[in-house]
Design a protein around this ligand. Structure first.
Ligand code: CA
Length: 520
């Protein structure tokens, strides 16, 4: 190692900046080996110049240009965001497609988890009653009933883990026929089919909303629950405006009675040994810092490759954090068709941002910048490492379901809550979330494992973080070590043998839909 171990990290031989590892940052005059001396204080996670960089010369990290020098930078100086000019995004017209798909990796045999096998062939990691809603109008009553079910019914159905109201802001006051409305509609429909809900779909609607409950039922026939003497045990839709309900009490009793039929069937589900190929894992990052790309995300990328080698499904997402590294991804697609689909998702998002008169400088956040990330190029280069080295076998649009085993790019915004919601719709049965600044993110539908990028956060949030990848920066563990630890933790949590911190603490976020269509 050319520089003092444990003080700074240079990722790629071509880099002319390195990241400060030391918890307190670098002090002016501190020697770092190789004749490098800090000229001024440099905070932890921030960049120090390894050589003199002239004005307009490229600033290189990960072996890629993250920007150009606004003014001359001397060796040993702090390269803060104000000194880095954002370069143009890679043009989408002339990218290499399917030129470098990864060589077939050796299959990983013999790894299993204890999951819930569903009638449609998918496998769940939890056994949850999901109550789908067609419109925000019903959210208050659904939340009231969810609390009653937790108190009164769940004790009678010991094999059911939880009940969740799938509340959201969509359903009425929206341009339901606008082309882009397909995104929130299919998201809601596909979330109801998430493997952790055991193929038990029940929809609570109002009655007069634009999004009619029948639209949310896949190929199932609509079977209305009404407050009559012989209620249908297979009922899957209840509308609060149904004339058989007189007042609040009737509505609540109706939903409780309908839920009992679904709970009875869910209560018959049992965990069984399933191959690791039934994993469908969503990868995400949030509250990133400059360590994300050297610790947590490479370890996640290693685990991604392990899951893919075991025959499982992994998705990575977050278009705005992929856009500036797209030239590294299109060569990894398995054929030109998948490569073109990837470019189409980038192009769609470029236009979406342009319509809102936003550009890509809207990302990163102030916290990302305090963590040392200068711009979205540096953030993207660190973000796409979550995808490992596996070939990209498919691309799906926002709210679509996974179609293939292997590594899929699931197009979503980078917003943590929206990305999580869309990955639920894609059918993930577990999510891995890396964070540097810290977020208590969790979902009640699937386990979310949080991986810290630095040990300062890992120690401070010892009970909220599931795995600390900061040990990679301090030399206490390798990327491979943490990647394998994460893979085993995924199998344990998917089996119900261990709990994700967010589930143990009961910290869960809301569903947040992506609605690119107008509201009325
Ligand atoms: Ca995110």
């Amino acid at each position: 190692m050319p520089y003092s171990e444990g003080k700074i990290i240079k990722v790629h031989p071509d880099d002319n900046v390195a990241i400060v590892v030391e918890a307190g940052g670098l002090a002016e005059g501190q020697g770092l080996g190789e004749g490098l001396i800090a000229k001024g204080n440099v905070p932890q996670g921030h960049k120090i110049a390894l050589s003199d960089i002239q004005v307009d010369e490229p600033i290189v990290r990960y072996g890629e240009v993250i920007g150009n020098a606004v003014a001359a930078i001397a060796q040993g100086e702090h390269v803060d965001e104000a000194r880095v000019r954002l370069p143009q995004a890679p043009l989408l017209g002339d990218l290499p497609l399917a030129t470098r798909p990864a060589p077939a990796a050796e299959p990983l045999e013999g790894y299993t988890f204890e999951g819930f096998r569903n009638p449609d062939g998918s496998v769940g990691t939890r056994n949850v009653l999901g109550i789908t809603t067609s419109v925000q109008c019903v959210a208050g009553i659904v939340e009231y009933v969810v609390q009653r079910i937790k108190r009164e019914l769940l004790p009678q159905y010991p094999n059911v883990d939880d009940v969740v109201g799938l509340n959201h802001s969509y359903g009425c006051g929206v341009a339901i026929n606008a082309p882009a409305a397909i995104v929130p509609i299919r998201t809601l429909k596909n979330i109801s089919l998430n493997p952790n809900f055991g193929n038990e779909v029940m929809v609570i609607g109002l009655g007069c909303e634009k999004l009619q409950p029948s639209t949310l039922l896949d190929e199932q026939p609509v079977r209305i629950y009404s407050n009559t003497e012989a209620a249908d045990p297979e009922a899957n839709v209840l509308s609060l405006q149904d004339e058989s309900f007189e007042g609040f009490g009737d509505m609540v009793d109706g939903i409780l009675a309908m839920a009992k039929h679904h709970l009875e069937r869910l209560n018959n589900r049992r965990r069984e040994t399933c191959p690791a190929s039934e994993l469908a894992v969503g990868m995400q990052c949030g509250g990133s810092d400059a360590f994300s790309g050297v610790t947590a995300n490479p370890a996640v990328g290693f685990a991604t490759d392990l899951i893919v080698r075991a025959g499982g499904s992994v998705m990575f997402s977050e278009v705005t954090e992929v856009r500036d590294a797209i030239h590294l991804l299109t060569p990894r697609t398995i054929n030109e068709e998948v490569g073109t689909a990837l470019i189409e998702q980038m192009d769609w998002y470029d236009q979406y941002l342009a319509q809102g008169q936003a550009d890509r400088s809207a990302n990163p956040s102030p916290g990302n910048k305090r963590g040392g990330l200068s711009n979205v190029v540096e953030k993207a280069l660190g973000s796409v490492i979550k995808s490992g080295n596996s070939p990209i076998v498919d691309v799906i649009g926002p709210g679509e379901r996974l179609r293939r085993k292997g590594l899929t790019f699931a197009a979503t915004p980078a917003s943590d809550f929206i990305c999580g919601t869309l990955q639920l719709a894609a059918g993930m049965n577990l999510q891995v979330f890396t964070t540097g600044r810290g977020t208590p993110y969790g979902l009640p539908m699937v386990p979310v494992l949080k991986v810290s990028t630095n040990s300062t956060l890992g120690k401070r949030w010892h009970d909220i973080i599931d795995l600390d990848a900061g040990r990679i920066a301090t030399g206490d563990a390798s990327i491979e070590d943490v990647g394998w630890e994460l893979f085993h933790l995924i199998l344990d949590v998917a089996s119900g043998r261990k709990q994700a911190a967010a589930d143990r603490l009961g910290i869960h976020n809301d569903l947040v839909l992506f609605n690119p269509a107008p509201v009325t």
